[in-house]
Design a protein. Sequence first.
Length: 269
Amino acid sequence: MKINEVPFIKEMCDTADNMYRLGWDERNGGNISYMIPETEVKKYFNPAKVIRVIPLGFDAKELVGKYFLVTGTGKYFKNVKACPEENLGLMRISSDGQNAELIWGYEGGGKFTSELPAHLMSHTVRLKADAENRVIMHTHPTNILAMTYVHDLDTKEFTHTLWQMSTECIVVFPDGVEVLPWMLCGTNEIGVATAEKMKESRVVVWALHGIYGAGKTLDETFGLIETVEKAASIYMLTAHLPRKNTITDDQLKMLAERFGVSYKEGILK
């Protein structure tokens, strides 16, 4: 079987390609980590064959033995589909939680994204919230990024605005969005802050930078971010115009009741 026919690698390649096509991941922007069950890994790879060991730079002891397919540092999403072996890596967290054991990928001496601390910290938190959450996705959607320049960064206000932009929003992300002020990326500090926010929501907005999303599958996580971005685009198209119509809080409550979702408290009046 060719490497791009391995189901989880093909899925990752297709997702990265789609995100680049949408203009979300310019140059080497954006990163994805996808937790793969060991049973799936063993169908296509030999876990006992470790190519090399890469220090993580932080303690990932709560994820010992877990396998992750991760985009590489400095790699362009537009190249992932054409050459997955250079742009992706399949790794296992070592028994001491300090290293990544590379099983496949990162050919030419590459390594995982610099945002891996934020990813693995968020994986740890999301697995406690929902054992089926296996994806963390970071990307730079144009409109959500633009919205952080002109909208109050208060989490409740930000969520309320997004919910009002489209009927589906409160249904797709009833847990709302969490917002972080600008922080230096690629650090353990922003990883800790993001993971803390991930306790409350599957979406964390990094002001003036981009967004983090969590989900059960690549499709679900992509769709979550896609919905947030669509809402932000509607906001950016209409924010400077007189508002003649809006979705009211009572209507948002009706939607939540109709679709049986529990929404975050303190947002609606």
